[in-house]
Design a protein around this ligand. Structure first.
Ligand code: MAN
Length: 354
């Protein structure tokens, strides 16, 4: 697959984003949802801020207090044997690595705007800042679907109650209407199809199973974008491959002559993240027509391999211009990059490998 990565990459780095909180540093501006609004391209950035560390011996975890709604910092002693500090993204219980305790940064959604798609200016304020008790650990990884004049934004709400999927809608990217949590924990990577199909809305979602089953992609439908049902397993992880650990929806599905083209992410058990493609039936997107065996994109450039959490390409949105897919994607849980791919080339790969 020929991928044209922009010369300006990474397009937005943490250095381009001044922190909103005093004594904090921005460690990530990544995994952005994408929207075309008026004459601008908007990236709905996930901005991660962490308290600046003042000592090597401690590590700090930021949370929004559920009652006071104020930012609080909890300090851990790095030598405390109760905890595991191996994963830079979180603090876990040493005797139960699945037992999640705190995140080391707080994420929220901030908008970056561009006229040419390469030079972006980041807003001074947040667009979506934790606003309820499901978001005390932050808001992450937005996907944005335009239906008519309304933009629906799906994102992960993270709190000690789990990671659930919430939705807001907006018509101006200034104000929004809260549409609540549409998928219960643990679930991530929710995105809406851009139109009704046979009278129903469709969404992809990714339940994160803890007892039986894998981190696979599911599909659900809804008459009104609120009540989601008819859940079906869409595609699963593949053993011994680039997507053996987990998969999840990536870009808003693209309507092509051959079917709905979904570009999704997949990771190995060691958490190397690539992008793959799956083609779904135009009239019934619960039917899979083809799926690429090999990824369409792998971490390759230096900025994709090295960062806060390296070896990650993570696309949450794109723009279509004829045969050209402009994909904006998070790199190494740190920055944003842009690239262009040919839609017909992706469809050819699906034809060959599917
Ligand atoms: C994983 C990673 C983190 C994220 C948490 C909570 O550990 O995706 O970046 O903050 O989950 O969603």
């Amino acid at each position: 697959m020929t991928i044209y990565r922009y010369e300006e990459n990474p397009l937005i780095t943490p250095l381009d984003v001044p922190p909103l909180h005093k004594d904090h540093e921005v460690i990530g501006a990544f995994n952005a949802g994408v929207a075309k609004y008026k004459d601008e391209i908007l990236l709905l950035l996930r901005v991660a801020e962490r308290p600046i560390s003042t000592s090597e011996e401690t590590i700090k975890a930021p949370i929004i207090h559920p009652e006071t709604k104020k930012l609080e910092i909890i300090t851990f002693d790095r030598t405390d044997p109760q905890y595991d500090f191996e994963d830079p993204r979180m603090i876990r219980l040493a005797d139960n690595l699945d037992g999640f305790v705190y995140l080391t940064s707080l994420s929220y959604i901030r908008i970056a705007r561009s006229k040419d798609g390469r030079q972006f200016t980041v807003d001074d304020k947040a667009f979506l800042y934790p606003f309820n008790e499901y978001q005390t650990f932050g808001i992450e990884d937005a996907r944005c679907t335009q239906i008519g004049d309304t933009y629906y934004v799906n994102f992960s709400s993270v709190s000690p109650m789990g990671v659930c999927d919430s939705m807001i809608c907006t018509t101006d990217f200034e104000h929004f209407e809260d549409m609540g949590n549409i998928f219960a924990p643990e679930n991530k990577d929710v995105l809406l199809f851009p139109e009704k199909i046979n009278g129903k809305y469709y969404a992809l979602h990714r339940p994160s199973l803890k007892s039986i089953g894998n981190y696979d992609i599911w599909i659900a439908s809804s008459p009104d974008l609120q009540a989601w049902g008819n859940h079906k397993h869409l595609i699963g992880i593949q053993q011994d491959s680039w997507n053996s650990g987990r998969i999840g929806g990536g870009l808003v599905p693209i309507k092509t002559e051959k079917g709905w083209l979904e570009i999704y992410h997949g990771a190995t058990k060691e958490q190397r993240y690539c992008m793959g493609a799956v083609l779904l039936d135009l009239d019934d997107p619960t039917k899979v027509i083809a799926r690429t065996k090999n990824p369409i994109m792998e971490p390759d450039a230096e900025y994709e391999k090295k960062g806060f959490f390296g070896d990650v390409v993570f696309g949450c949105g794109g723009l279509v211009d004829g045969d050209k897919l402009i994909m904006y994607y998070g790199v190494a849980d740190t920055s944003m990059a842009g690239c262009e791919l040919s839609i017909s080339a992706i469809l050819e790969q699906l034809d060959k490998e599917g």
